[in-house]
Design a protein. Structure first.
Length: 95
């Protein structure tokens, strides 16, 4: 099963199931590709593990992956895992 084929988990309890599987796909933290890093961030976000989600979203966002930029902006807008900062949120939305 590839990361692309994993279903999107929309509820925190379901999302928590995917985190160990996603983490097990990497041999080292630097080895994740953009989609894998975004999907791991998304699973952590849905599992309400926001500080960890921020790390993965940020890595993908810094490489110009638009879905990660939007997701990171939402975390800044709502103050989940980072201090609430609408200016930083807007910066991520506009990239």
């Amino acid at each position: 099963m590839t990361i692309k084929s994993w279903p999107a988990a929309e509820r925190p309890r379901e999302a928590e199931r995917f985190v160990p599987t996603l983490e097990a796909t990497r041999t080292d933290p630097e080895g994740l590709d953009l989609l894998a890093r975004f999907q791991l961030g998304r699973a952590l976000d849905k599992a309400q593990r926001w500080e960890e989600a921020v790390q993965h979203y940020r890595r993908a966002a810094e490489e110009s992956y638009a879905p990660a930029q939007t997701s990171l902006g939402l975390l800044y807008e709502d103050g989940r895992g980072v201090p609430q900062d609408p200016v930083t949120a807007m910066r991520w939305y506009r990239l």
